[in-house]
Structures are given as structure tokens and as C-alpha cells.
Design a protein around this ligand. Structure first.
Ligand code: GYE
Length: 329
């Protein structure tokens, strides 16, 4: 099924706003203490995180925990799903049973959420998606989706390859978690960019967004192909794993085999500066502030944007050298 474009409709906004206002009243009993600054009630929020698979995820978790504090008016319940959808569904159900004011989560995969989202809606608890999208035909099941445009990220990576490297390349692709929005979309964006060129993806497998996965899959690619020119890794961690595999095979990453990745976390940026990665498209993990703002609005019954697109940069080796020292994650 094709993912639908999330356009805000007056009706959807209204019903979510009404639902949130009701839930704020219902939830205030369980929250108890006064929120900071505004003098409003503390907002209880249940957040189900994907896992701890990458440097990006660690930065995202830290930012959410540092932002949704008691001082900022929140009581955050946080859980780590260890990259398993069933764990996320279980966490969401337990937050619904607790009667939190707001549910937020970064869905590990795109499909299979309708039932639990329907349960949240029936309990009048608004849902905010962060980072990754869900594939649903009913966009009244969530209030807002905050995150990057992953198709564009993949396309920018591919555009750089087309514009800066040889015209005729054999590429291996390290895909993110199968069925996840960033894996589906980054693949699509990169594919669009190289369409009609002599750049060819000769192999493509998932490394599950982890360093160990990237290393293992790259070892397999190196065993079965002796003509790899470029690695396109859906995140820095898998690219860093590929570097280890390439070096162990006696080749020079960034020279004998070029590498392009997505995320721009500190370890990735360091490898870019060291010449082992050739280009990185950023994916901004700092979503806490937008999440806090949207959560406050839905609880206050205000209308919110259905889709908030986070802006990303991109770095060549020289550009990375200029910003590396100031990189906080
Ligand atoms: O790129 C990767 C992480 O969903 C954007 O998930 C996120 C991706 C990120 O594991 O490093």
C-alpha cells in the first residue's frame, strides 16, 4: 500500500483537538503536581522508543529525555522496544491503561499500527509520531508526525554520487531495518537519483541500522563481489561497520571503496574527516523541542500541524572538518 500524504484537514484537526482537551481533563488526576513556568498541570507522556541501535538513536533519546522534564511541565514515562514492534505495542497499551495525557512513539516499522492507535483514540489519548511514519489509511489516528524527509535524504546522497564520482559505478546498499520508514524511503530516494545513469546497485541487504549488522553484511558483499566501487549505507553506524570489514579485507575505505551514509553523528563525522567516508547527509535527531511544543498544544486543545518536517544539512569531507569540534552528538 502506498503511504498517504499527510494533509491536514479541518475535520481531523478539530476532532483531535477536542479529543485532546477531553483527555487533558481526564488525565490531570494522574499527573498531580504543577507544571513549571506556565502554572499549568504537568502533562503525563508515554514515549515508546525504537531501541538503542545507533548513535543517532542515542542522541534522539537523550534529547527527548533532556527536554521532556518536570521543569518543562512533563512527566515522561520512557521505554525501549529493542527494535521489536510487539514490545512497542505492549508499551503503548500499558500507557493507555495508565491514562497518560499524550502518547508518543517512533514506530519501528511502518505497518500494523491501526488496532493500537484505534485503542488510543477510543481512550481519547492523542498520539504524536516522532522520527518515523506509520502507514495507515486513517490519518485521524494520530495528531502530528515530526521528523525528517527520508526520501529527500536518500536522494541527496544519490545526487552527490552522480555529481561527484565516476559515471559508471557498482554499488552495494546497506539497508536499515526492513519495513521501517527510513529504510523504505532512503532506498527510494537514492534509486530516483541514480535512475537513468550507469550507476548500478549490485547487491542490497539489511544491516538493521547497527554497526555489527553493517560489518557482517559488508563481509558477505566483499566475499561475493570483487568489483564494489561504492557503499550506500542507510545510516552512519552501518557505514562504520562496513569500514571495519573493508579494512579487514585489506582495502582502503573512502579510496578503494567509497562510502556515502546518512545521519551525521559524531563517529560518522570523524570518519568523514579521516577520509574513510566520502559524504554524509544529515538526519537531525533533536526532536524533543518540537515534541514538547506539539504535546502542549494538543493537551490545550489547540490545532497542530499534521506534518512537521525537520531540516537536515549535508557534509563533504571539508565541510565536516569545519563543524566536527562543535558537534554535540
Ligand atoms: O537514521 C538510524 C536509526 O529512524 C532516522 O534510525 C532514524 C534512523 C536513523 O537507527 O541511525
Amino acid at each position: 500500500m502506498k503511504r498517504q500524504t499527510f494533509l491536514r484537514t479541518g475535520l481531523a484537526t478539530l476532532s483531535i483537538a477536542a479529543m485532546a482537551a477531553m483527555s487533558a481533563c481526564a488525565g490531570s488526576d494522574s499527573s498531580g503536581s504543577e507544571g513549571g513556568g506556565s502554572g499549568s498541570e504537568t502533562i503525563t507522556i508515554g514515549f515508546s522508543q525504537v531501541g538503542a541501535e545507533s548513535g543517532w538513536r542515542a542522541a534522539n533519546t537523550k534529547d527527548i529525555q533532556d527536554t521532556l522534564t518536570e521543569e518543562n511541565g512533563f512527566k515522561l514515562s520512557f521505554s525501549d522496544a529493542q527494535q521489536k514492534q510487539e514490545n512497542q505495542i505492549q508499551a503503548l497499551r500499558s500507557y493507555i491503561a495508565q491514562g497518560v495525557d499524550v502518547l508518543a512513539f517512533s514506530p519501528v516499522v511502518e505497518t500494523g499500527w491501526d488496532a493500537v492507535l484505534q485503542e488510543a483514540k477510543s481512550a481519547n489519548i492523542p498520539v504524536i509520531l516522532t522520527d518515523r511514519a506509520v502507514d495507515t489509511t486513517d490519518d485521524t489516528l494520530f495528531a502530528s508526525f515530526i521528523g525528517s524527509d527520508f526520501i529527500e535524504e536518500g536522494q541527496r546522497a544519490g545526487d552527490w554520487v552522480v555529481e561527484n564520482l565516476d559515471k559508471d559505478l557498482k554499488v552495494v546498499e546497506l539497508q536499515g531495518t526492513t519495513g521501517s520508514a527510513p529504510a523504505i524511503d532512503r532506498k527510494e530516494g537514492f534509486g530516483k537519483a541514480i535512475e537513468g545513469t550507469d550507476i548500478e546497485i549490485i547487491d542490497s541487504q539489511t544491516g538493521d541500522f547497527t554497526r555489527a549488522g553493517g560489518k557482517q553484511v559488508m563481509e558477505g558483499f566483499l566475499n561475493s563481489h570483487d568489483d564494489i566501487d561504492l557503499v550506500f549505507a542507510h545510516n552512519d553506524d552501518m557505514g562504520l561497520g562496513a569500514i571495519e570489514a573493508i579494512e579487514a579485507a585489506g582495502k582502503k575505505p573512502g579510496e578503494d571503496i567509497k562510502i556515502v551514509t546518512i545521519d551525521a553523528v559524531k563517529d560518522g563525522m570523524q570518519a568523514l574527516v579521516d577520509g574513510k567516508i566520502n559524504y554524509i547527509v544529515e538526519c537531525n535527531p533533536l526532536l524533543g523541542e518540537d515534541l514538547a511544543e506539539i504535546a502542549k498544544k494538543v493537551v490545550a486543545g489547540e490545532s497542530v500541524e499534521k506534518r512537521i518536517v525537520v531540516e537536515d544539512a549535508a557534509f563533504s569531507q571539508d565541510e565536516a572538518a569545519e563543524v566536527l569540534a562543535d558537534r554535540t552528538y
